[in-house]
Every structure is written in structure tokens, then in C-alpha cells.
Design a protein around this ligand. Structure first.
Ligand SMILES: Cc1cc2nc3c(=O)[nH]c(=O)nc-3n(C[C@H](O)[C@H](O)[C@H](O)COP(=O)(O)OP(=O)(O)OC[C@H]3O[C@@H](n4cnc5c(N)ncnc54)[C@H](O)[C@@H]3O)c2cc1C
Length: 372
């Protein structure tokens, strides 16, 4: 199922509404995305979005992938996080993997037979990614990994992890299978948002990994693996934020057309119209920044990285504001589980923390601007 063209987009929107959106509050209550739903996403080609056709993927271009993320973000932040981390690993293998690594891992990632997760954060390190505490030492023709990763989205269900650690003073990325005897998984529950994202803590204890599971090189691992991952993750989350904001707008339009106070529909109060006008205008601005990023990425323009950073920064901040306004417009209903707004509100807060927090984006944008 390709996202190109309005017709296909409508199909995809309807598919995601039926499989994900309709049940997303329940996913949050259960703190899991059912396997049957993940299988349907895989069947629709969504999990293979970043994998070339030769390996069984759907190979969406930047615009199609962005639109898919927008539609998934419209339906559920947790499912967007599944798509994001899975695509992060797949696209990093596409970009930096050897021919044999691609043959080995891309087909199962494309079909959804294997799910993947990205593990950088630790209890003491998040934004300051170069200072990861996980230690990797070389031993013969293997790497031996020791450390604990925290807040790993989909860590409870992933078959493959892209683990980031420090090897002789250099940050590198290794693919480690979940069934490696040196790796253990402890679920994390009751987060503020992304409640169905099945987060986990991953402990690596004398975990032996074959040398051919190194992604990219030892010398340039940080720029290659971490740089690639964050850039891709920001693009996905930026578009997902547009979807989340649009979901809040659509719900608010419906609600204010039917709810009356003081003898008038909410939509007829000018203060409400002001709120709607700002929500719609700022969300369109976020969408245009995402489209600018997609256009630059599609053209192979180096400016694509900064355009993506700005899109993520603006779209995440906008999602937070729009979700808060949507809860406000729904009054007590907005605070209940009968509507999706409380879920969007919680998820929107997470968007400004993950894949580079708002402050990290501000620093990058300012540094880039001074560097001219
Ligand atoms: C729901 C959820 C899912 C996640 N999934 C994953 C995952 O799949 N994989 C993974 O590796 N990680 C994941 N994370 C972790 C996430 O990437 C980190 O939380 C994020 O990078 C921020 O790191 P931190 O929490 O350690 O905050 P810190 O880095 O400690 O920062 C704390 C605060 O200080 C601010 N700050 C830091 N440095 C500066 C500075 N120089 N100037 C100004 N402000 C600054 C930050 O913006 C932040 O607001 C997830 C987190 C959440 C909440």
C-alpha cells in the first residue's frame, strides 16, 4: 500500500483508523500494541517503508514516508514510535550496512518477521550521546558488551537491537539479537505518554557479539550510526507530530460544532474561533516545514538535515500546544478516556523529549545559524 496520491492516502487513512486509531486508547490502557495489529501493519508494507524493494520492502520516498508517519501519528503516538524505531534501524542498515548485513537483516525487517529497536539512552545519559557508559571491548574476532540501556521503545518485543556503546574511546553501533544469552530485557511500564510503546531496560552482561555485527566503522561510528539514526528519527517524529496535531484539530472541530454553551455552539464563540485559527495555521506551518525537509531529502540536499531539525523542533512544540488547546476545548471530556485528547496530550509531551529534545534542537539550529 503506497501513500502516493490522494486516493491511496485516503485508503491508508481509513486502514489506520480501523486497525489503530479506533483502538488506540485501549492499547494505552493495556500498555501494548497487539501482535495482530503489528502483523497488519507489516502486511500493508508499512514496516518495510524504508527497505529497498530488492530486499522485500516498500521503499517509500521521503514524501511518502513522511505522509505515512503523519497518518500513523494521527492514529497513535505509540504506533508511531514502533514505526520510528523499526525504520531507524532498517534505514541505518541500508545506509551503512555491508552487502551481507543487508542480505541477512533487511528481508525479515521488511516483512515484519523481525522487529527492531534502537538502544542509546542509559540511566545517566540521554542528550549527551557521546558519553554513553556502555563499554565494548574487542576480544579475538568478537566484541564484548557491558552496560544497561534504558527507555528503549519496543524493547519488550524487538528481535534485534542497534546498541550504541563506547569502544576504546569511540562510539560505535552493534546489531545484537534479543536471544543473545548475554542480553536481558526488563519491561518499563506506566510512562506519561507512549503508553503502548512497550519500553524496556536492556542489560548487556559480557554479551559476546560477532565482529560482522558492527554497523559502519569503528572510527566513524558516531557520525554514521548515531547521526543517521537521529536524523531519520527526527524526520519521522516531525511528521508524526503534524498527524497528532491534525487529529486534535479534527476532534476539536467536531466537538465545537455539536457542543453548546450559553445558547450557542462552541464554534460560534469568537474566543473558540481564535483557538481553532491558531491551531490550524500553526499546524499547516509545521506541515510545510516537514514538506521542505522531505523535498531537500529527496533532492539529496545537505540542507535536509537542518530542515529536518527545524521541522522536528517546530512540529513537536506545536503538537504540545495544539493538544493542550484541544483538551481545553473538550473540557472535562478532554480529560477522560472517552475521547482521544488526553492520550494525544500525553504523547505530545514525549515528542519534545525524544529524538533530540527541544533544547538540543534549539542548540543545533542556533549553532548552524551562527556558522552560516
Ligand atoms: C517514551 C520514551 C521513549 C524513548 N525511547 C527511546 C528509545 O527507543 N531509544 C533510546 O535510546 N532512548 C529512548 N528514549 C530516551 C530519550 O531519547 C531521552 O529521554 C532523550 O534523549 C533525553 O535524554 P534524557 O532523558 O537523559 O534527558 P537529559 O539529557 O538528562 O536532559 C534533561 C533535560 O535537560 C535538557 N538539556 C540537556 N542538555 C542541555 C543543554 N546543553 N542546554 C539546555 N538544556 C539541556 C534536555 O533538553 C532535557 O529537557 C525514550 C524516552 C521516552 C520518554
Amino acid at each position: 500500500m503506497i501513500a502516493s496520491g490522494p486516493h491511496r492516502r485516503d485508503e491508508l487513512r481509513a486502514f489506520l483508523a480501523a486497525t489503530v486509531g479506533k483502538h488506540a486508547n485501549q492499547f494505552d490502557l493495556d500498555q501494548r500494541i497487539p501482535r495482530s495489529v503489528i502483523a497488519q501493519l507489516a502486511e500493508a508494507g508499512i514496516l518495510g517503508a524504508q527497505v529497498p524493494r530488492q530486499f522485500g520492502g516498500t521503499e517509500y520516498d521521503a514524501f511518502d514516508f513522511g505522509h505515512v508517519c503523519e497518518l500513523v501519528g494521527y492514529a497513535s503516538g505509540s504506533v508511531l514510535s514502533l514505526l520510528t524505531v523499526h525504520s531507524i534501524v532498517a534505514s541505518t542498515i541500508v545506509r551503512w550496512g555491508s552487502a551481507s548485513q543487508k542480505e541477512r537483516w533487511l528481508p525479515p525487517l521488511a516483512s515484519g518477521a523481525s522487529l527492531s529497536a534502537f538502544a542509546l539512552s542509559e540511566a545517566d545519559v540521554g542528550s549527551d550521546a557521546r558519553n554513553v557508559g556502555t563499554r565494548i571491548r574487542r576480544e579475538g574476532d568478537t566484541f564484548v558488551v557491558n552496560g544497561t540501556k534504558k527507555w528503549i521503545s519496543c524493547g519488550q518485543i524487538a528481535d534485534l537491537f542497534l546498541i550504541v556503546g563506547n569502544c576504546d574511546g569511540r562510539v560505535i553501533g552493534l546489531i545484537v539479537e534479543a536471544d543473545n544469552p548475554g542480553l536481558s530485557i526488563a519491561p518499563i511500564s506506566d510512562m506519561l505518554g507512549f503508553k503502548a510503546a512497550m519500553l524496556a531496560e536492556i542489560t548487556l552482561d559480557e554479551c559476546v557479539v560477532a565482529q560482522d555485527q558492527l554497523l559502519g566503522s569503528v572510527d566513524f561510528g558516531y557520525a554514521q550510526v548515531v547521526g543517521s539514526v537521529l536524523d531519520h528519527g527526527r524526520f519521522s517524529i516531525a511528521w508524526g507530530c503534524v498527524g497528532l496535531a491534525q487529529a486534535c484539530i479534527d476532534a476539536s472541530l467536531n466537538y465545537t460544532e455539536t457542543r453548546q454553551t450559553f445558547g450557542q455552539y462552541l464554534k460560534d464563540h469568537q474566543l473558540v474561533q481564535k483557538m481553532i485559527a491558531d491551531m490550524v495555521t500553526n499546524t499547516q506551518a509545521a506541515r510545510l516545514l516537514c514538506e521542505d525537509a522531505a523535498r531537500k531529502r529527496a533532492a539529496g540536499d545537505h540542507g535536509g538535515i537542518m530542515a529536518t531539525t527545524m521541522a522536528k523542533y517546530f512540529a513537536a512544540r506545536n503538537a504540545e500546544t495544539v493538544a493542550a488547546e484541544a483538551v481545553q476545548l473538550h473540557g472535562a471530556n478532554g480529560c477522560s478516556n472517552d475521547y482521544p485528547l488526553a492520550r494525544h496530550y500525553r504523547d505530545a509531551k514525549i515528542m519534545s523529549i525524544i529524538e533530540g529534545s527541544a533544547q538540543m534542537q534549539q542548540i543545533l539550529i542556533a549553532q548552524h545559524s551562527y556558522g552560516r
